[in-house]
Write a protein that binds this ligand. Structure first.
Ligand code: SAM
Length: 245
Protein backbone atom coordinates (compact mmCIF):
# COMPACT_ATOMS: atom_id res chain seq x y z
CA UNK A 1 0.00 0.00 0.00
CA UNK A 2 2.84 2.35 0.83
CA UNK A 3 3.91 2.67 -2.78
CA UNK A 4 0.44 3.91 -3.73
CA UNK A 5 0.53 6.46 -0.89
CA UNK A 6 3.88 7.79 -2.10
CA UNK A 7 2.54 8.21 -5.64
CA UNK A 8 -0.69 9.79 -4.40
CA UNK A 9 0.95 12.34 -2.09
CA UNK A 10 2.07 14.89 -4.75
CA UNK A 11 -1.35 14.71 -6.42
CA UNK A 12 -3.20 15.44 -3.17
CA UNK A 13 -0.71 18.20 -2.33
CA UNK A 14 -1.32 19.76 -5.75
CA UNK A 15 -5.09 19.56 -5.28
CA UNK A 16 -4.80 21.23 -1.88
CA UNK A 17 -2.68 23.97 -3.45
CA UNK A 18 0.32 23.48 -1.16
CA UNK A 19 2.80 26.28 -1.82
CA UNK A 20 5.92 27.70 -0.20
CA UNK A 21 5.37 29.69 2.99
CA UNK A 22 2.28 27.78 4.10
CA UNK A 23 1.96 25.59 7.20
CA UNK A 24 0.35 22.17 6.78
CA UNK A 25 -0.98 19.41 9.00
CA UNK A 26 -0.99 15.77 7.84
CA UNK A 27 -3.86 14.04 9.66
CA UNK A 28 -3.47 10.26 9.94
CA UNK A 29 0.10 10.58 8.69
CA UNK A 30 0.87 6.86 9.01
CA UNK A 31 4.50 6.21 8.14
CA UNK A 32 4.73 9.62 6.47
CA UNK A 33 4.21 9.28 2.72
CA UNK A 34 2.35 12.60 2.53
CA UNK A 35 4.33 14.16 5.38
CA UNK A 36 7.54 13.74 3.37
CA UNK A 37 5.94 15.40 0.35
CA UNK A 38 4.80 18.33 2.52
CA UNK A 39 8.26 18.68 4.07
CA UNK A 40 9.83 18.70 0.61
CA UNK A 41 7.53 21.56 -0.41
CA UNK A 42 7.31 23.58 2.82
CA UNK A 43 10.25 22.65 5.04
CA UNK A 44 10.43 20.71 8.30
CA UNK A 45 9.32 23.52 10.61
CA UNK A 46 6.16 24.25 8.60
CA UNK A 47 4.75 20.72 8.70
CA UNK A 48 3.07 18.77 11.50
CA UNK A 49 1.38 15.40 11.60
CA UNK A 50 -0.58 13.08 13.82
CA UNK A 51 -1.73 9.48 13.92
CA UNK A 52 -3.39 7.46 16.70
CA UNK A 53 -1.22 4.41 16.01
CA UNK A 54 2.01 4.39 18.05
CA UNK A 55 3.64 2.00 15.56
CA UNK A 56 2.81 4.14 12.52
CA UNK A 57 3.92 7.27 14.31
CA UNK A 58 7.20 5.68 15.40
CA UNK A 59 8.00 4.84 11.78
CA UNK A 60 7.16 8.40 10.72
CA UNK A 61 9.28 9.87 13.52
CA UNK A 62 12.21 7.67 12.50
CA UNK A 63 12.04 9.08 8.96
CA UNK A 64 11.27 12.67 9.98
CA UNK A 65 12.74 13.22 13.47
CA UNK A 66 12.46 17.02 13.35
CA UNK A 67 8.78 17.25 12.38
CA UNK A 68 6.13 18.01 15.03
CA UNK A 69 4.41 14.59 15.13
CA UNK A 70 1.79 13.86 17.78
CA UNK A 71 -0.10 10.70 18.75
CA UNK A 72 -3.74 11.66 18.28
CA UNK A 73 -6.86 10.77 16.27
CA UNK A 74 -8.39 13.10 13.73
CA UNK A 75 -11.45 13.53 15.95
CA UNK A 76 -9.47 15.36 18.68
CA UNK A 77 -6.57 17.21 17.11
CA UNK A 78 -4.10 18.50 19.72
CA UNK A 79 -3.57 21.86 18.04
CA UNK A 80 -5.10 25.28 18.70
CA UNK A 81 -7.63 26.95 16.40
CA UNK A 82 -6.18 28.60 13.27
CA UNK A 83 -2.74 26.95 13.54
CA UNK A 84 -2.14 25.92 9.91
CA UNK A 85 -3.06 26.99 6.38
CA UNK A 86 -3.87 23.48 5.22
CA UNK A 87 -5.03 20.22 6.78
CA UNK A 88 -4.83 17.08 4.67
CA UNK A 89 -5.92 13.49 5.25
CA UNK A 90 -4.71 10.93 2.73
CA UNK A 91 -6.47 7.53 2.79
CA UNK A 92 -7.60 8.13 6.37
CA UNK A 93 -11.26 9.17 6.57
CA UNK A 94 -12.53 5.66 5.75
CA UNK A 95 -10.83 4.40 8.94
CA UNK A 96 -12.03 7.20 11.21
CA UNK A 97 -14.99 6.26 13.42
CA UNK A 98 -16.45 9.80 13.41
CA UNK A 99 -15.48 11.29 10.05
CA UNK A 100 -17.81 14.29 10.42
CA UNK A 101 -16.12 15.27 13.66
CA UNK A 102 -12.70 14.68 12.08
CA UNK A 103 -13.41 17.12 9.24
CA UNK A 104 -14.77 19.70 11.70
CA UNK A 105 -11.55 19.35 13.68
CA UNK A 106 -9.45 19.76 10.54
CA UNK A 107 -11.42 22.93 9.74
CA UNK A 108 -10.96 24.25 13.27
CA UNK A 109 -7.15 24.14 13.16
CA UNK A 110 -7.03 25.78 9.71
CA UNK A 111 -7.10 29.57 9.38
CA UNK A 112 -10.11 31.19 7.65
CA UNK A 113 -9.45 31.08 3.92
CA UNK A 114 -7.22 28.01 4.34
CA UNK A 115 -8.08 24.63 2.89
CA UNK A 116 -8.97 21.12 4.00
CA UNK A 117 -8.27 18.27 1.58
CA UNK A 118 -8.85 14.54 1.79
CA UNK A 119 -8.82 11.48 -0.40
CA UNK A 120 -10.07 7.91 -0.11
CA UNK A 121 -10.01 5.00 -2.54
CA UNK A 122 -12.67 5.20 -5.22
CA UNK A 123 -15.44 2.68 -4.66
CA UNK A 124 -16.20 1.81 -8.26
CA UNK A 125 -13.34 -0.61 -8.73
CA UNK A 126 -10.83 2.21 -8.65
CA UNK A 127 -8.32 0.45 -6.42
CA UNK A 128 -7.53 -2.69 -8.42
CA UNK A 129 -5.27 -4.30 -5.84
CA UNK A 130 -7.87 -4.13 -3.04
CA UNK A 131 -10.99 -4.55 -5.12
CA UNK A 132 -9.78 -7.84 -6.57
CA UNK A 133 -8.59 -8.97 -3.13
CA UNK A 134 -11.97 -8.48 -1.43
CA UNK A 135 -13.89 -9.90 -4.39
CA UNK A 136 -11.70 -13.01 -4.15
CA UNK A 137 -11.99 -13.16 -0.36
CA UNK A 138 -15.79 -13.02 -0.55
CA UNK A 139 -15.78 -15.80 -3.16
CA UNK A 140 -13.90 -18.21 -0.86
CA UNK A 141 -15.20 -16.99 2.50
CA UNK A 142 -18.80 -15.84 2.98
CA UNK A 143 -17.75 -14.27 6.29
CA UNK A 144 -14.99 -12.13 4.79
CA UNK A 145 -15.39 -8.56 6.05
CA UNK A 146 -15.53 -7.17 2.51
CA UNK A 147 -14.30 -3.88 1.22
CA UNK A 148 -17.10 -1.55 2.26
CA UNK A 149 -15.12 -0.30 5.25
CA UNK A 150 -12.02 0.43 3.19
CA UNK A 151 -14.04 2.13 0.43
CA UNK A 152 -16.15 4.38 2.67
CA UNK A 153 -16.79 7.81 1.10
CA UNK A 154 -15.54 6.39 -2.21
CA UNK A 155 -18.75 7.02 -4.18
CA UNK A 156 -19.29 10.21 -6.20
CA UNK A 157 -20.35 13.14 -4.04
CA UNK A 158 -19.79 11.49 -0.65
CA UNK A 159 -16.59 13.36 0.16
CA UNK A 160 -18.15 16.58 -1.09
CA UNK A 161 -21.12 16.03 1.22
CA UNK A 162 -18.78 15.29 4.13
CA UNK A 163 -16.72 18.46 3.63
CA UNK A 164 -19.73 20.67 2.90
CA UNK A 165 -21.52 19.26 5.94
CA UNK A 166 -18.60 20.42 8.09
CA UNK A 167 -19.13 23.97 6.83
CA UNK A 168 -16.40 24.12 4.17
CA UNK A 169 -17.13 26.23 1.09
CA UNK A 170 -16.07 26.02 -2.59
CA UNK A 171 -15.79 22.24 -2.26
CA UNK A 172 -14.42 20.54 -5.38
CA UNK A 173 -14.07 16.79 -5.92
CA UNK A 174 -11.93 14.96 -8.45
CA UNK A 175 -10.15 11.71 -9.23
CA UNK A 176 -6.47 11.14 -8.56
CA UNK A 177 -4.98 8.20 -10.50
CA UNK A 178 -1.75 6.39 -9.71
CA UNK A 179 -0.17 3.14 -10.88
CA UNK A 180 2.24 0.66 -9.40
CA UNK A 181 4.40 -1.89 -11.20
CA UNK A 182 5.17 -5.38 -9.92
CA UNK A 183 7.97 -7.69 -11.06
CA UNK A 184 5.65 -10.68 -10.68
CA UNK A 185 2.65 -12.00 -8.73
CA UNK A 186 4.88 -13.13 -5.84
CA UNK A 187 5.87 -9.53 -5.22
CA UNK A 188 2.23 -8.46 -5.12
CA UNK A 189 1.13 -11.29 -2.85
CA UNK A 190 4.02 -10.74 -0.46
CA UNK A 191 2.70 -7.24 0.29
CA UNK A 192 -0.48 -8.76 1.77
CA UNK A 193 1.54 -11.28 3.77
CA UNK A 194 3.05 -8.38 5.72
CA UNK A 195 -0.32 -8.29 7.49
CA UNK A 196 -0.68 -4.52 7.04
CA UNK A 197 -4.09 -2.86 6.59
CA UNK A 198 -7.48 -4.61 6.65
CA UNK A 199 -6.63 -6.93 3.72
CA UNK A 200 -3.25 -7.97 5.12
CA UNK A 201 -4.68 -8.48 8.60
CA UNK A 202 -7.47 -10.63 7.16
CA UNK A 203 -5.07 -12.74 5.09
CA UNK A 204 -2.57 -13.54 7.83
CA UNK A 205 -5.45 -14.60 10.11
CA UNK A 206 -6.51 -17.29 7.60
CA UNK A 207 -5.34 -20.93 7.74
CA UNK A 208 -2.70 -21.95 5.18
CA UNK A 209 -5.08 -23.84 2.88
CA UNK A 210 -7.48 -20.89 2.62
CA UNK A 211 -4.59 -18.53 1.87
CA UNK A 212 -3.66 -20.71 -1.10
CA UNK A 213 -7.26 -20.80 -2.36
CA UNK A 214 -7.57 -17.06 -1.92
CA UNK A 215 -4.32 -16.42 -3.77
CA UNK A 216 -5.53 -18.46 -6.75
CA UNK A 217 -8.91 -16.67 -6.78
CA UNK A 218 -7.18 -13.30 -6.47
CA UNK A 219 -4.74 -13.84 -9.33
CA UNK A 220 -7.59 -15.15 -11.46
CA UNK A 221 -9.46 -11.86 -10.93
CA UNK A 222 -6.37 -9.93 -11.96
CA UNK A 223 -6.22 -11.91 -15.22
CA UNK A 224 -3.41 -14.28 -14.08
CA UNK A 225 -0.58 -11.90 -15.05
CA UNK A 226 2.65 -13.53 -16.23
CA UNK A 227 5.89 -11.68 -15.54
CA UNK A 228 5.77 -7.98 -14.74
CA UNK A 229 2.48 -6.06 -14.68
CA UNK A 230 0.96 -2.79 -13.53
CA UNK A 231 -2.08 -2.10 -11.34
CA UNK A 232 -4.05 1.11 -11.31
CA UNK A 233 -5.53 2.86 -8.31
CA UNK A 234 -8.01 5.71 -8.38
CA UNK A 235 -8.69 7.87 -5.37
CA UNK A 236 -11.58 10.25 -4.88
CA UNK A 237 -10.32 13.52 -3.49
CA UNK A 238 -12.02 16.69 -2.33
CA UNK A 239 -10.82 20.08 -1.20
CA UNK A 240 -12.76 22.84 0.51
CA UNK A 241 -12.12 26.30 1.95
CA UNK A 242 -12.54 27.28 5.59
CA UNK A 243 -14.98 30.22 5.69
CA UNK A 244 -14.34 33.39 7.63
CA UNK A 245 -15.71 33.06 11.19
C1 SAM B 1 -3.92 3.71 4.88
S1 SAM B 1 -3.10 4.51 6.19
C2 SAM B 1 -2.66 6.04 5.41
C3 SAM B 1 -1.48 6.67 6.05
C4 SAM B 1 -0.93 7.89 5.34
N1 SAM B 1 -1.88 9.00 5.36
C5 SAM B 1 -0.55 7.56 3.92
O1 SAM B 1 -1.11 8.10 2.99
O2 SAM B 1 0.36 6.74 3.76
C6 SAM B 1 -4.42 4.96 7.28
C7 SAM B 1 -3.93 5.68 8.54
O3 SAM B 1 -5.06 6.18 9.25
C8 SAM B 1 -4.75 6.10 10.61
N2 SAM B 1 -5.99 6.23 11.38
C9 SAM B 1 -6.87 5.29 11.77
N3 SAM B 1 -7.84 5.84 12.52
C10 SAM B 1 -7.58 7.16 12.58
C11 SAM B 1 -8.19 8.27 13.25
N4 SAM B 1 -9.31 8.12 13.97
N5 SAM B 1 -7.62 9.48 13.12
C12 SAM B 1 -6.50 9.66 12.39
N6 SAM B 1 -5.87 8.64 11.75
C13 SAM B 1 -6.39 7.42 11.87
C14 SAM B 1 -4.05 4.76 10.74
O4 SAM B 1 -3.34 4.64 11.95
C15 SAM B 1 -3.17 4.78 9.51
O5 SAM B 1 -1.91 5.33 9.79
Amino acid sequence: MGRYSVALAPLLADLAGVSAGQRALDVGCGTGALTRELVARLGTDRVAGCDPSPAQLAACRAALPDVDLREAPAETLPWDDDTVDLALAQLVLHFVSDAERAVREMSRVVVPGGRVAACVWDYEGGMEMLRAFWDAAESVDPDAPGELGTMRFGRPGQLTALLSGAGLTHVAEEHLTVTSGYADTDELWSTFLLGVGPAGAYLVAQPEDRRATLRAAYLDRLGSPQGSFTLRAVARAAVGTVPAA
